[in-house]
Design a protein around this ligand. Sequence first.
Ligand SMILES: [Zn+2]
Length: 397
Amino acid sequence: MKRKQVRRILIVIAVFMIAILSLNKIETFIKEATIPHYKELTQIGYDDEQILIIQEHGDEEIETILISEYQPDIIKRLTLPHYADLREIGYSEQDLKTILKAEEAAILGLKKLPLLNTWKTYLARPGYRNILLSGYGEEAGQKIDGLSETLVQSILEFPHRGDYDELVLSEQTILTDLASYLSYWQKHPTAVLRDVQERVNTETDRAYYTGIIPADPSKGNLILVNKYVRLDKNFIPSTLTTIEVCGKATVTSDTAAALTRMCQAMISAGLHPKVTSSYRSYSTQATLYNRYVANNGKASADTFSARPGHSEHQTGLAIDILTNSSSLSTFKNTAEYRWMVEHAVEYGFIQRYTDQKQSITGYVSEPWHWRYVGESTAIDYQTKKLTFDEYYRLYIQ
Ligand SMILES: [Zn+2]
């Protein structure tokens, strides 16, 4: 080939290439001139296909896109219903592949909630969905979702409040009683959570001696007897024994063993405890209570004496303890009482009717009345700082 020919071919190629380059330039120039924000959008990183879709949206949306970073899923954001909103909440593209296939109502609900870890359960269980949409968080929602349908329904009738989640999640809440807590709380909106729990757990959200149920002797040393729980007229503890260590006491065999050890310890410490009352039969209690009613009136008698069947003394697990030189009113100032407050739990005895819990037990403070429950329960009971009425419902029943 001649040199001249080569040159000609090179020139043709060069012209051709320049033409192509200019065409591209011209094309870009035309796009920039005719498509609004074309240049800015390409600078952000969008390609022509994306820009075309972006153009189909309103100015406001485009403004937002212009001041945001490059969004690789811009087409989905702009074209798939709910996609952008759910991405905004925090769902991943991967999650949305499943979520966007759900029914419209479920998706609309999901958009009202914060990011859920349990969105799969939310989609699968309409019941759970209702609980979350009523205002409960996921953790509380899952607990409620585990309850019966009727119970869930009655719970959801109470408009959700922020502190309801704490109620549901508390260790001291009996889940099957949730509707009762909510009902009490609705009537006493300024009550704090602990009060609400205490009232419902001890059943003192209703009047004493109402809705009475039979006591459960199968609980042995842990039996509960109070103003809502009654012993049968014919109940007599099967292991009643009479001992004489610090006064005469008729109690169950376990109580007798523990009382013996405790009295010996107290005597060794130079103290002089004296048991003044122990087992009382139903009929003895009836005579006692009736005498108090005759002397003091029923309302007053009820604050310090149990109605027959409602006395712990009928269980054979309770003792009244004083000293030779103290009375009911002075016992709390004795060294014997101070010793018992410190050590009685080590022998399995708890104080049953304290000053602070009068509104729960329904009895005035009785420093002399001690109840045997066994060592491990007594020690655990002391750490929990509840009444035995509440402790029983939470941990024994
Ligand atoms: Zn007593």
